[in-house]
Design a protein around this ligand. Structure first.
Ligand code: GDP
Ligand code: MG
Length: 367
């Protein structure tokens, strides 16, 4: 449905020139709205912080809270795995032989981690534990360590520019979680003292502009919106311009959902890149591809298409909480040289975390 609309829009050439000339944007400093306002009509997950942690230092409390959240979000994937892996250990301990390794392999691939990742993990278990009788904990520890090392990456940090606002463009297919991730990310950055301007660049759907405006209101940050059907490149330009004018640290630009195969829409992304690059050298500094973790193997083909066509610099893996296929992160890390920068752990404002390989592996396999 939305793609049909997108197509219709493609047929109408946009009047703006490359520098986003026509002034269609409106900058709004959104009113702060109650933090529990629902954005999707669904109830928000209560944050339920443990009170026993109250006496801990703030940083420590935060990381404990994030780990608990990551563990909660991965519960569906973990259930698939650990009930499966537990099956392998009917009695006390089990001999690690070829049968065991084959069974382990078939269980691992159920998480959508793909054949290659499952082979690497299986072979590592074989190398360390073959011909021994082992307890389940020992196998899980080995798998956790191997997964951590497969997921490790140089840095998940946002690449900030040294001068002027850092520009982040957010791309992906329809419904993958772009707008929600932008809201959560902007809040996360705002909380850490950054000044953020949002750009409502999904002009195909009025609801998308509204959705982002509500997020801006909750966060209390500025948002640039345009008239319906305005040229997204123009909105992007004006968002960056506004960020420069107000000395903001970041401009985060939403875009309409598109398929990597829709040439015209991919060209439109190229235009957005070009236009913001005219305003600030080297912008956009980050192009974040939002992938839906529930899409499993489909997320891989999206990553392939977008990383080639849109020169992405990092991934946000959204909806990890709703997915039993969280293992898909392994082939994504393996096949694309793209760091996973953030993971989406729910629909609430705090349900985003910087990706951490060790915490992820532990949350996935630890009992
Ligand atoms: P967009 O079309 O890519 O902008 O996607 P949206 O941000 O509008 O999200 C589509 C749906 O997915 C909405 O109902 C969101 O609330 C939901 N969503 C987005 N991120 C997450 C997440 O991390 N966890 C869960 N459970 N839902 C999410
Ligand atoms: Mg959206």
């Amino acid at each position: 449905m939305a793609f049909w609309r997108s197509k219709k829009r493609e047929e109408t050439p946009t009047p703006q020139n490359d520098d986003g000339g026509e002034a269609v944007g409106e900058s709004v400093r959104a009113e702060k709205t109650p933090a529990n306002q629902s954005l999707s009509g669904q109830n928000e997950v209560a944050s339920g912080k443990p009170t026993s942690a109250d006496a801990q230092p703030v940083e420590q409390k935060r990381s404990v809270g994030l780990f608990a959240k990551m563990r909660g979000a991965l519960s569906k994937t973990r259930q698939t795995l650990s009930t499966d892996i537990r099956d392998l250990f009917k009695s006390e301990g089990r001999l690690v032989d070829d049968d065991f390794l084959n069974e382990l392999f078939s269980r691992l691939i159920r998480t959508d981690m793909g054949v290659r990742s499952a082979e690497v993990i299986r072979d590592d278990v074989a190398q360390r534990l073959k011909a021994r009788v082992v307890q389940m904990e020992e196998v899980l520890e080995t798998i956790t360590e191997q997964t951590r090392s497969m997921l490790s990456q140089e840095s998940n940090a946002i690449k900030y520019t040294t001068e002027g606002p850092t520009v982040i463009l957010v791309v992906g297919v329809n419904g993958s979680g772009k707008t929600t991730s932008i809201g959560k990310l902007a809040n996360h950055l705002h909380q850490s003292g950054k000044r953020v301007v949002l750009g409502a660049g999904d002009t195909f759907r009025a609801a998308a502009v509204e959705q982002l405006t509500i997020w801006a209101g909750r966060i209390g940050c500025e948002i640039v919106t345009g008239k319906p059907e305005a040229d997204p490149a123009s909105i992007a330009y004006q968002t960056v311009e506004r960020a420069v004018e107000t000395n903001a640290d970041l401009a985060i630009i939403d875009t309409a959902g598109r398929l990597q195969t829709q040439t015209n829409l991919m060209q439109q992304l190229e235009k957005i890149r070009r236009v913001v690059g005219k305003k600030i050298e080297n912008a956009p500094h980050e192009v974040l591809l939002v992938l839906d973790a529930t899409a499993g193997q489909n997320a891989i083909s999206q990553a392939r298409g977008f990383s080639e066509a849109a020169e992405c610099s990092g991934i946000v893996l959204a909806k990890l909480d709703g997915s039993a296929k969280g293992g898909v992160i392994l082939p994504i890390r393996e096949q694309f040289n793209l760091p996973v920068k953030f993971v989406g752990l729910g629909e609430g404002i705090d349900d985003i975390a910087e990706f951490d390989a060790a915490a992820f592996a532990k949350a996935l396999f630890a009992q």
